[in-house]
Design a protein around this ligand. Structure first.
Ligand SMILES: Nc1nc2c(ncn2[C@@H]2O[C@H](COP(=O)(O)OP(=O)(O)O)[C@@H](O)[C@H]2O)c(=O)[nH]1
Ligand SMILES: [Mg+2]
Ligand SMILES: [Zn+2]
Length: 295
């Protein structure tokens, strides 16, 4: 007899499935071609008193894909609702990278929050952040070190299933630990119980936040490089570009050298921030070069 559940941790060949009544069962994966990721709803059946087998993945609402270190697309999390992009003064914000993250949120139908962390080191947020007020669902300035404004961040995550992304060193782990408090230990204990140990560094985990909401933490998400399959999709990743594109003369306008391009007109008139348009151009170029590389 099979039942449904959700994947709350993924190891190399096993996963931890949470059943509808809250029990957590260590499960094998029935075949190699099946690749359940954290957040997946699955069908599983028990093969003994306390272990099970996952036999199917139910259709996903959303998928987050990245390019792995072999250059191939790979799904890293399922059924997310939100990306939380973390920036800091140190290391300095990489605005193109932020634009890529926001584009992948748009393309995957996820809401997005920008967190400017380490405000204890920088009394004022960089002026570029103002460009994003209408391009994301929220921005907040935090200090994981001083515990500044963490409740504002927690409030943004309360009704969402989020993943935190951003350059190494910006404070993602510190923020996650501060948000989770004692729940981190509970998950380590569960990993040990499932027989895979707490030092399984490749583990992806779904945490429940004490103030509500869920957080998926995964090495594949933390150093995430967004994957966009089709160059034509890039413009949908830039809300303001997509908005003006409707008024371009050509339906397939790439907003590069075409005549009567409403996007370039908007850039010239200052209605689209020039730096954002530059990010659009760079991401389009990058996506095209990756596509060529795959042929
Ligand atoms: N001053 C300051 N340092 C922080 C803050 N948050 C994290 N750090 C420090 O920044 C470094 C990187 O933090 P970490 O959480 O590992 O970043 P991650 O690579 O994004 O996970 C560590 O030395 C942290 O102690 C903050 O709000 N203020
Ligand atoms: Mg970290
Ligand atoms: Zn155009």
């Amino acid at each position: 007899m099979s039942a449904s559940g959700r994947v709350v941790a993924r190891y190399r060949r096993h996963c931890l499935v949470e059943t509808d009544d809250g029990a957590r069962i260590a499960c094998q994966i029935s075949r190699r071609s099946l690749n359940p990721v954290v957040g997946d709803e699955v069908e599983w059946s028990s093969d003994s008193a306390d272990t099970g087998v996952v036999s199917a993945i139910l259709p996903r609402e959303t998928e987050l894909s990245r390019i792995n270190n072999r250059g191939n697309p790979e799904i890293v999390a399922a059924n997310l609702t939100q990306l939380v992009v973390v920036l800091a003064t140190k290391p300095a914000a990489d605005w193109f990278l932020l634009d890529r993250y926001l584009a992948s949120a748009e393309l995957a139908n996820l809401s997005s929050v920008i967190v400017f962390n380490k405000v204890d080191l920088a009394p004022s947020a960089p002026p570029e952040l103002d460009d994003y007020r209408e391009l994301t669902d929220a921005t907040c300035a935090t200090s994981a070190k001083r515990k500044d404004n963490l409740d504002a961040l927690a409030a943004q995550m309360r009704t969402q299933r989020s993943a935190m992304i951003g350059q190494s060193g910006v404070g993602k782990s510190s923020l996650i630990n501060a948000l989770l408090g004692d729940s981190v230990q509970e998950v380590s204990a569960l990993s040990e119980k499932s027989g895979h140990g707490r030092h399984t560094t490749t583990t992806s985990v779904l945490y429940r936040l004490p103030t509500g909401g869920e957080l998926i933490d995964s090495p594949g998400v933390r150093d995430y490089a967004p994957y966009i399959e089709n160059p034509r999709d890039v413009q949908r990743g830039f809300r303001e570009v997509a908005n003006f594109a409707a008024n371009c003369r050509f339906d397939d306008c790439a907003h590069l050298a075409e005549p009567d391009c409403a996007v370039k007109d908007a850039v010239a008139a200052g209605a689209i921030v020039a730096r954002r348009y530059e990010s659009y151009r760079m991401l389009l170029e990058l996506t095209e070069s990756l596509q060529t590389g795959h042929r």
